[in-house]
Design a protein around this ligand. Sequence first.
Ligand code: MSP
Length: 506
Amino acid sequence: MNKKFYITTPIYYPSGTFHIGHCYTTVIADAIARYKRENGYDVFFLTGTDEHGIKIQKKAEEKGITPKEYVDAIVADTKELWTALGITYDRFIRTTDDDHVLTVQNIFKKLYDQGDIYKGEYKGKYCTPCESFWTESQLVDGKCPDCGREVYEITEEAYFLKLSKYQKQLEEYLETHPDFIEPISRKNEMINNFIKPGLEDLCVSRTSFNWGVPVSFDEKHVVYVWIDALSNYISALGYLNGNDDLFKKFWPADLHIVGKEIVRFHTIIWPIMLMALNLPLPKKVFGHGWLVIDGGKISKSSNNYKDPREYINEYGVDAVRYFLLREVPFGSDGNFTEEALIARTNGDLANVLGNLVNRTIGMCKKYFDGVVPKQNELNDLDNELIKYALSVPSIVGENVDKLDIPAALEAIIELYRKCNKYIDETLPWVLAKEESKERLETVIYNLLACIKHGAVALKPFLPTTFESIFEQLNISDEDISKFDTLKPGTVLNEAKPLFARIQKDV
Ligand code: MSP
């Protein structure tokens, strides 16, 4: 039986055009999903949209359309963006999907019937833009701790989830499963700031708006956002909504990748919901940092973003993917600027990789009419390069397992840097003049084989670049366990620049 891997992104609020910050999580999840598929895993990669709530209802009202019409248009646009970025999700779940709605209603009813959800009265502070309830102690200067805006006192009849009942069980779980929350700093923050001070029961229904999943046994209530949203991870697999084959196969999730501000919901509310449903918990929740501009999170409200497709159209999809995967130390915040995107593209992709491929294919054309030469006797310099090339797949694997994608990519680019150095050391044009044909054959062969080897390692991260390299090398063999699968005698195709140097002042 195949090994399985279930990976998710958060489901996004379709409340406007998506920005590059949203692409960050999705591209990382996509690269990991592709990597696992390449390595023989049966992968289920889930992403989607979180479509309910008062914010969406209000936006639709402003436009004079129904909430569903409003979200449909954004969802269509989002899917186009994901296609442009090469995102290979297995399902795009929408919280308005019928099967999801059924799951949410069934979960709510089950928890109510077993006494984990009860009816009470909600009094508290509510932040409308964030759709979040806060206790007095969580407010910062009397304002929303997430966005800093005004909060409002609200009193209404509501259903509550008994978080308090599961506090002890959750604490024990976190103690006995040290890898459940990563990075470790976020785990400590959850325990010390949220769990240890004591969990209050959570308001899980609203009566003040109706754009949501109706509580099946009390229709004036709609299910409030987090039970609705978090359930997507199991509704998408058919839990309590019909055919649960996928659920049986893929649950528990191997990895939920989420932004740092929603780690709290994924490591407190979600585990408690699952404990109450008597289901196993996901293996890992990874809380990544934000892409920031000038220290502030990129956001729709601050108008500091462009549609990511502008960058894709201008610099190419793999330049954008590479930047997102390489630039930010995973787990920390990272700065996004167009200058930084250009610098990364020019530095690693144009100067190191593009230049190497171009030069090597050019030399193969010039000295061998574009026919891959044979590899003759190897010297120490060759062996050193080949040894590193052969170690790249395992370095990449170890780092993907640690979710350190920047380090995985660095190991591949390092191979290409070493190749450029190898050219400087072996001086193929001198070998050609000296008529050291056998040596020249070996050098060009080693360079082409390294390019191929690195391209296979790059495939999950930069799929378009992989394809272009394979097309230029006129090969299809992807065996990365061996170095010499590139067949002498293969006739190379025309060289095509992979990444042109970007000359632009921004
Ligand atoms: N709908 C909820 C998630 C529910 S999951 C059961 C939500 N949606 S969101 O659209 O606001 O954010 C989705 C994800 O995008 C979050 O993980 C958030 O951290 C991430 N990002 C939004 N802006 C970001 C950056 N500027 N940088 C990196 N990630 C960012 O929260």
